[in-house]
Design a protein around this ligand. Sequence first.
Ligand SMILES: Nc1ncnc2c1ncn2[C@@H]1O[C@H](COP(=O)(O)OP(=O)(O)OP(=O)(O)O)[C@@H](O)[C@H]1O
Length: 262
Amino acid sequence: MAEQTDQQTGERIPTVIADELHIVYRVHGAKTGKGSATSALSRIVKRGEERGVRKVHAVKGVSFVAYRGEAIGLIGSNGSGKSTLLRAIAGLLPAEKGCVYTNGQPSLLGVNAALMNDLTGERNVILGGLAMGMTREQIRERYEGIVDFSGINEKGDFITLPMRTYSSGMAARLRFSIAAAKDHDVLMIDEALATGDRKFQKRSEERIRELRKEAGTVFLVSHNNKSIRDTCDRVLWLERGELRLDGPTDEVLKEYEKFTGK
Ligand SMILES: Nc1ncnc2c1ncn2[C@@H]1O[C@H](COP(=O)(O)OP(=O)(O)OP(=O)(O)O)[C@@H](O)[C@H]1O
């Protein structure tokens, strides 16, 4: 339906809307000060604060609209809130204030995406496919493609070995290949490209471009400015949880590189 409207009117279709989004983590059991009498007293006096709970305000009032067909890079220093923002878009973290709307099913592909270490790569392809909502039939059809794309079998029959025998790069490649086998409405990739070798990075970038053409929206978190430049046409720059810049890749990266001194 949505695609038809797109073709008929040429209008851009929003896929993700973040409106003044705030995300706060609560860390339980964290000490709020040394075990002194004064800190105990101040804890009692600060009545509004839950005891032993520290709050981390990771995303602060972020607003943007993402459209179908866009590939958006998320950049910023360590701890600036990039992964948190992705997890919130995926619906894995509740908003403290503001909200995030998504049109379609968002899928988050992180380097920690859950695959079973004791199962073979083969079983994980099937499980991963089922978990993404593919049918057994679709998985059977795409199985060869997934294994070929991952390149896991290039150096021997590794796909029939348990995942725990894979190097971290091999495991990351398989995760990316499984996720990329499906056409996603909103695909979010957290640093996945950084783990593969250069040849695999090139293949992944190509696949990201294809996914965009298939009308989805792709978000890519990366510390590799080249990967961002090669795959994204728009960049959101987060710093200390705030959206510092949102614009065309070249413009934002130029400012970011000035900031980081690169
Ligand atoms: N599970 C958690 N509990 C509490 N605080 C957290 C948690 N995860 C992240 N944070 C905090 O939230 C802030 C943002 O972290 P986040 O992982 O989103 O940053 P990032 O930009 O993805 O960083 P990096 O580039 O290092 O991956 C940081 O201050 C971090 O300490």
